[in-house]
Design a binder for this molecule. Sequence first.
Ligand code: BES
Ligand code: ZN
Ligand code: ZN
Length: 503
Amino acid sequence: MKFEILSKHLETVSTDCLVIFTFEKEKGDLDLIFPAGKFGNLKDQIKDGIKFEDFKGKMGQVLNFQTYKKILAPKILVLGLGKKEEFDQNSLRDAISILSKKTTDNMASIALSLSELANLVDLDRTILAQVVSEGILLGNYNFFKYKSKKTSIKTFELVILSELNKNSQLKLREGIKLGEIYARATIVARDLVNEPSSLVTPLYLAKFATELAKKKTEIKCKIYDKEEIEKMGMGAFLGIAQAAGSDVMPKFIYLEYIPKNPSSKKKLAIVGKGITFDSGGISVKTGDSMQTMKMDMAGAAAVLGVFSVIEQIKPTYPVMGIIAATPNLISAKSIVPGDVVKAMNGKTIEILNTDAEGRVTMADSLSFAVKNGATEIIDLATLTGACMVALGEDIAGLFSNNKILSEKILKASESSGEKVWEMPLTKEYKKLNKSDVADVSNIPSTRYGGAITAALFLEEFVDNKPWAHIDIAGPAFAEKEYSLGPKGGTGFGVRFLLNLLNS
Ligand code: BES
Ligand code: ZN
Ligand code: ZN
């Protein structure tokens, strides 16, 4: 798949089809966003044609027209963008992505112009081009690696943007490049989530991080093995990892991006939950609820996705990537309810349910971030089913002790199209995490407000540093096909994190 910017009007571009946008309208003539150029009576023919079809310009809706040699391209596709009042860059990303899934054999190349849209909707051409490239690349994503019958899906080979203005061309080029970076990083995360846990073990993640750092001078990587994890005093992480024992050794993964000339004293830590498979442990899950639990490392996958492109985004401050990787399994060596473990920051945790393992491993990851001088911490974790009850499958829960940080995250996610909703870190609920025997219990005394009590548990380990926790249990894994991709890992979090690093 290649993008090309051409200094030509669309009607003179040699391509399989032109794509023309339209906003949705219930009644009357649609507002076709017709590009500049000589289209003769094609414009009227298309307008007339639309009247005879059930085509309202709804998001992702496509209508096909032959051009009968009136212009160079044999076909024009009219693509619906949804309602104009609701339009933003996320609508364009979705619409283009849906279109890219409908690619057929005679659509190897498409051409479009963003100028008219840019003038109508007050969005920068860089952003428009970025979401076009993201939409096409993410919409074409699939995971067919384990299908023995080779299923290939059709993709555009060439996407041409027509733009005559030199300055605008520069913007488009920049946008396309950013979109490619964002999509590539998202796909890294999707693949890691979609691979089975038999492949994506802690060692696999560790090797992945090591390889990443090898290729880039700005990135350092250190992998801590079990003995070193012990030495660091990570009793909580080790408690969860002990069931797998020597069959699947835990790995503590530390990545650090160091800019050439840091501009501030800021040091950001991005922490990802890295449970490579969550069986629930001794507090075993049901068969059904275990089916997708290879996705319990989606937070870690997002961290690795970000680090796979971070040197191209060039944040001006150091960024740490932190992952405690282990499966949560069952064996004679399993941690059991009633056991007490001690985290790296000295706090003791009573384990009352081994299926609340994520927060226990994160206790050590967060303590490590603090100990390593993080001035700001963001964690991503597929932490609670309760967050899905609260916000559904598409929306992540955001919990933060710092207004400035949470605002930044909300803004970054608004433009990435990843839905995030802020939830309260209600102090009064802290007592629900009390333990009779240890400093804190790994499950609260009530199941109500489970996403909040889980976040409050994590807060015990951030030492009052500015911190935001994002519970991605819902959106990390799509249970059905959606506009930007197929069923499976979504790479959720990668793009808003990149927005954050890029601002
Ligand atoms: N990994 C799960 C949370 C989860 C559930 C993620 C569904 C994605 C989809 C987590 O480790 C877990 O099992 N949490 C328990 C906590 C409970 C025992 C307090 C839960 O949510 O039921
Ligand atoms: Zn669990
Ligand atoms: Zn889990």
